[in-house]
Structures are given as C-alpha cells and as structure tokens.
Design a protein around this ligand. Structure first.
Ligand SMILES: Cc1ncc(COP(=O)(O)O)c(C=O)c1O
Length: 388
C-alpha cells in the first residue's frame, strides 16, 4: 500500500503543489453510486467525493441539462440579467421551505462562509465571531480562522476575533454573547470533519433565542449537512429555528462548483455589498437546478432518511463499533480501532470508497440515491473485514 501511495506522489510532483495525500486510483467514469477507475475496476461510492455527489454520479437529467447549456452560453457576468439565477432561487426556496430568504451565489463552501461572516459584520457593525470546538468551515481567510484547527491557520489568518466554545454547551454560549461583542455565531448543525457530532435540537433552539436577544447573526453552515443529506433539506430543520444565514455548497451542484448563502429578510442588501466574478454563472445555475429537479422527482430526501436509518440499523450488528452517530446519509461510525487500515482494506480489497475523520471514525457520505442493495454490499464487506 505504501509503495502505491509513494508512486502516486511521484507522479504529481512534476507540476502540482504537493498538498494532497492521494490514493493510487484514478476514477475515469461514474454512474449513480458506482465509480470505475482507469483499469476498469468498479468501486462502490460511500464517500460521494466528500459529500459532494447528491443525486448520484452523471445522472442523465443533470448531464443533459449541462450539455444543452454548454451549447447556449456558459458564462457572462453579474452585470447583466441571468434568469437562471432567479429560477434557482425560486426552486430552492420552494424545496427548502425558505421561501422568504434571498439567495447570493458564489463558488465554494469557504467562499460562502466568508460572505456570510462579512454580511453579519456589515449588519451588526461588529467583528467578533463565536464558533464551536472541532468546527470546520473552510480554508479561506475568515473561514479557516473560525475552524478549530491551528495547523491549517497561517499567521495571516489569526488576526480575526474568534472564540470557540464546546458544542451543545448553552451556558458557555450565553456567557460569551452577554458581552454584546459578537457579530455572529456560526454552527454546523451536524459537524462533519469533526467526526459527525449533532448539535442537539434544544441547543440550537436556545442558541437562536440567545442570538435574537443579543442581536447576533445566527449562521448555519450546511455546506456538508444540507441539500437533503441529513434526511431534511437542511439539518437545522430538525429544530424549530430559522437561522439568519444558511450556507450551502457541496451537494448543491453534484460536483459542479457552486456555493451560496440564503439570507433572511431581516438583512437588507446594498449594491456592491457582496460580489464575485464566477458566482451564479450559467453552468453552475443549471447544475444546481438539475440537482433540485432530481431531488424532487426521485424523492431523494426521503430516500436519504430511509437509507440512513437502514444503514445505521445494519451497522448495529457489526463488530468493532463504539458508537454510531448521524442523521440521514451523514453517518459517523466511531470504531474501537484506528480506521486507516480498515479503510484501505475496504478500498483496495472490496473496492468501496468511504470517508474518514479523526483516527478512529469512519464517515459515510454516499449519494442520496443509494439503494438497500448497495448498502448490503458495504455491510457484507465491513463485516467480513472486521470479523477476520
Ligand atoms: C461544514 C463545512 N463548511 C465549509 C466547508 C468548506 O467547503 P469548500 O471546501 O467548498 O470551501 C466544508 C468542507 O468540507 C465543510 O464541511
């Protein structure tokens, strides 16, 4: 295994800045929850390219819409009308239940968080942000500053005023917010990179009440947990809350880069307040519209809830597991042993992609279209590997 990884690193060294650890696998084709590599080896995808593949790889409706759009126009700019943005905003509002919110489009999760924080700061005139221990919000300047991982923060990113408190600790939040120094609180309703930790329903509701009381903007980072992955359109919808800003990316474009923020009507827009060159381009909008079409047509949110419950149920019978956490198809399995070796075995022997988090957490983030049969293949492989 080691040799394989070293070979791959050698290949990339020529021209690419060597920041990624790569598996020696090159996917060249994919369909639904299946991926084929350059040697035509078939893999089952329980990782979804890191929670990005929502409707399944190369869905025919999605590819047809993108192909058609390419022949019409790919890009102009945000200085002219683009009715695709309006269609997307309408569909998104209707399907997410956030009909009152307005939409700002950008290109990635980190960029969306950056805009959410900027908006919160404009709105409140303040700059301090409350975030949660173990949080991950991205790699751009402010996004990395509110991520609880000093190893990915350059000195340049450390100038932001950020306080971290434990997730689900409302007293710690209250102690901070009563200083009235804060512009925003940002929360992942289900922490992803941390290893799948759920913000409790009651906690999120109390958090919103405290934000309202102290005029602090509540930002729900749904980059990983949104777009149906949790079994609801947004994971915060398990609680009775309406965040001021909802952040989206990953599943939004099923692989086409697009991010965005939904903004509650309490926040007013001003010309020039936010902006981007590529955000909301024609292809990105079409990808996002196609994703919503398929989610609706194929009841994928319901499927995520059902298949997630089935997957968790099947995992109950497996050996070597300490705890299973998650909602829908965002599942963390805390193992008794470290995950790296098992992950390699599942990948190289059984040809199944899974995700990891921390040393002993397996993260399952399959396309929302996964079937029972595909889950059974994974469970059989997991049992075989853990019972050896
Ligand atoms: C919750 C959360 N927010 C933000 C991001 C950053 O998204 P991107 O990599 O698209 O910038 C991620 C990526 O994993 C994420 O999980």
């Amino acid at each position: 295994m080691k040799n394989k990884k070293q070979e791959t690193n050698k290949i990339t060294k020529g021209g690419l800045f060597d920041v990624y650890s790569l598996w020696d696998i090159e996917p060249v084709r994919a369909k639904g929850c299946t991926v084929w590599d350059a040697n035509d080896v078939e893999y089952l995808d329980l990782y979804g390219g890191h929670a990005v593949i929502s409707i399944g790889h190369t869905h025919p409706h999605y590819t047809a819409m993108l192909k058609k759009q390419i022949d019409n126009i790919v890009f102009y700019s945000n200085s002219v009308q683009n009715s695709l943005q309006g269609h997307l905003s309408e569909k998104l509002g209707e399907m997410s239940g956030c009909t009152e919110y307005s939409l700002f489009l950008c290109n990635s999760g980190a960029e969306a968080n950056e805009n959410a924080l900027k908006l919160a700061s404009f709105q409140t005139g303040k700059k301090k942000v409350l975030a949660f221990n173990e949080a991950f919000h991205g790699r751009t300047s402010a996004a990395v500053a509110i991520s609880d991982n000093p190893s990915i923060q350059a000195p340049f990113n450390m100038g932001h005023e950020v306080t971290f408190v434990p997730l689900n600790d409302i007293e710690a939040v209250e102690k901070e917010l009563q200083t009235n120094d804060y512009a925003a609180v940002i929360i992942e309703p289900i922490q992803g990179v941390a290893g799948i930790f759920i913000a409790e329903t009651e906690f999120i509701e109390q958090l919103q009440a405290l934000c309202n009381k102290h005029n602090v903007i509540l930002i729900a980072d749904e980059v990983q947990s949104g777009y149906g992955r949790s079994g609801k359109f947004f994971a915060h919808q398990y609680a009775n809350v309406q965040p001021d800003i909802i952040v989206m990316a990953k599943g939004m474009g099923n692989g086409f880069p697009i991010g965005g923020i939904l903004i509650s009507p309490s926040i007013d827009a001003r010309k020039g307040m936010l902006g981007t060159t590529f955000g909301g381009n024609h292809l990105a909008c079409v990808a996002a519209i196609a994703v919503l079409d398929v989610i609706k047509e194929e009841n994928l949110i319901e499927n995520a809830a059902k298949m997630g419950a089935y997957l968790q149920e099947q995992l109950q019978d497996c050996a070597g597991i300490k705890e299973i956490r998650g909602e829908g198809l965002m599942i963390g399995v805390e193992l008794e042993a470290e995950y790296a070796e098992l992950r390699n075995k599942l990948l190289f022997e059984d040809h199944i992609f899974t995700g990891g988090a921390k040393n002993n957490v397996m993260r399952l983030l399959p396309p929302l279209s996964i079937s029972k049969e595909e889950i059974d293949i994974f469970i059989d492989a997991f049992k075989k590997q853990t019972q050896q």
